[in-house]
Design a protein around this ligand. Structure first.
Ligand SMILES: Nc1ncnc2c1ncn2[C@@H]1O[C@H](COP(=O)(O)OP(=O)(O)OP(=O)(O)O)[C@@H](O)[C@H]1O
Length: 239
């Protein structure tokens, strides 16, 4: 894991994350290493409590690993002050979380515009174009509470894409969606990868595993079998 390949947009080396509560210590990550290349879609699967959300938060620079490092586009995002992590994230990383990433008092369009405000220069796509891409042109002025579950997920994706990220990280992006919305969101993720983005999706969805180029199985804070495997070899991982 030492050489850095040029197309590696996301690298995690030996990530550890311990949570302490009094005397108790929970090891959520125990030496997780991975790489995601530009143009690649990777699904992270594993049982509840395996460490998937913790991993995604560390990769996004939303949480600090207790040990190891994360690099985005060759730049270390871990073990830096929160303001620097936030700056790197705003410029290079799109994050779609289970809790969604929309501010409640802003319309869908203003949420996208806010996410674009951290971008240097002109954003590659306007807020209107991003909302059109996710099929929400008609709902651009709606507040998050006025959107359905499927619309919320799609608006969240437009926000995650607002900065034209080189790395897109999504935690259960299709969790509560019906078949049509799930297909649409997964197609949009695939499109981003086709455009050269590195896409990593934490998921329980068999459909999401199917669209991935590679699957990484987490179990008890570790990658199973030390290396990720082609998805054809992963049996019954989606629960
Ligand atoms: N803030 C926290 N404080 C203490 N323990 C935590 C915290 N966050 C996560 N954990 C613990 O770390 C472990 C990994 O949790 P994590 O949420 O990453 O798992 P997961 O694989 O995403 O699970 P799920 O599929 O249920 O969302 C669990 O044992 C969890 O209880």
């Amino acid at each position: 894991m030492n050489a850095t390949r040029q197309d590696d947009a996301l690298i995690a080396r030996e990530l550890y994350r311990f949570f302490r509560a009094g005397e108790e210590e929970t090891p959520a990550l125990r030496g997780v290493s991975l790489r995601v290349s530009r143009g690649e879609t990777v699904a992270v699967v594993g049982p509840s409590g395996a460490g998937k959300s913790t991993l995604l938060a560390c990769l996004a620079g939303l949480d600090e690993p207790s040990g190891g490092e994360v690099r985005v586009g060759g730049v270390r995002i871990s073990h830096r002050p929160e303001t620097e992590r936030a700056r790197l994230r705003a410029r290079q990383v799109g994050v779609l979380l289970q809790s969604r990433n929309l501010l409640p008092h802003l319309s869908a369009r203003d949420n996208v515009r806010l996410a674009q405000s951290a971008v240097r220069g002109r954003p590659a796509a306007s807020a209107g174009e991003l909302l059109e891409r996710v099929g929400l042109t008609d709902r651009a002025h709606a507040l998050p509470r006025q959107l359905s579950g499927g619309e919320l997920a799609r608006a969240g994706l437009a926000v995650a894409l607002a900065n034209g990220p080189t790395v897109l990280l999504a935690d259960e992006p299709t969790g509560e969606l019906d078949g049509d919305n799930e297909r649409l969101v997964l197609e949009l993720l695939r499109d981003r990868a086709a455009d050269g983005c590195a896409v990593l999706v934490v998921t329980h969805s068999a459909q999401a595993v199917r669209i991935a180029d590679r699957v990484i199985e987490l179990d008890d804070g570790k990658v199973r079998d030390a290396a990720s495997r082609p998805k054809e070899e992963v049996r019954d991982v989606t629960g």
